[in-house]
Design a protein. Structure first.
Length: 216
């Protein structure tokens, strides 16, 4: 009887090892699937050229930050940024050179941001920066990094050197705003910055009509 009991226990332990092996294999497959989905999600929310978040991520994150600002009554500023005369850059150095400029500029913005700020490429040479817990005056002061950019001369394909500048439109969130209102106000400010001569920061006045003022 003792021998039978030992065999039974041996079979039982063997069965446990088999099951543990199966569970371990399933866990490995599950982890691989989770990683695949994470990579896919990262890809879906990342601009392939500049490797910063894209338009889809921008709009979803903006909705989240607006909801948070509304709940906590904390300030929130949206900035829309355009590289100045980017079409001319493309014409001068070609699309490959233009891509290099976009990559450089996106990283320039990113390294100058705070950790909580979000920069996204939303199309062409247009970028959005979401600045949580930031009023419009502090946002305008931040974008005086224009002067730092103006002093940088970048090499394009080792053939051409160029200095860059950008125009920026700012809008601060107000409790009565829909997301579209904030975007429209920032877009109007950006248009005013470009119409006013480029290489400047313009913020929307806190007035019912979308009148803008230059911030120096």
């Amino acid at each position: 009887m003792a021998l039978l009991t030992t065999d039974h226990h041996t079979d039982h332990h063997s069965d446990i090892h088999v099951r543990l092996g199966q569970l371990e294999r399933r866990n490995q497959l599950l982890e691989a699937e989770i990683e695949r989905l994470r990579v896919y999600k990262d890809y879906a929310y990342t601009d392939a050229l500049t490797e910063i978040p894209n338009r889809r991520f921008y709009y979803e994150r903006l909705l989240q930050e607006i909801a948070r600002a509304r709940r906590s009554s904390s300030p929130l500023t949206l900035a829309l940024v355009d590289l100045d005369r980017f079409k001319q850059i493309n014409d001068d150095v070609g699309h490959r050179g233009g891509d290099q400029v976009l990559k450089f500029f996106s990283q320039f913005i990113r390294v100058n941001l705070r950790q909580e700020d979000i920069v996204c490429r939303i199309g062409g040479d247009e970028f959005s920066i979401i600045l949580p817990d930031t009023n419009v005056d502090n946002a305008a002061a931040f974008f005086e990094i224009r002067s730092k950019l103006n002093q940088v001369e970048i090499s394009i394909d080792r053939r051409s050197s160029r200095r860059l500048s950008f125009s920026c439109g700012l809008a601060v969130f107000r409790s009565e705003y829909l997301p579209e209102d904030l975007i429209e106000e920032a877009d109007h400010s950006l248009y005013s910055a470009k119409a006013g001569g480029r290489n400047r920061v313009v913020s929307a006045r806190t007035a019912p009509s979308p009148v803008s003022q230059s911030v120096h």
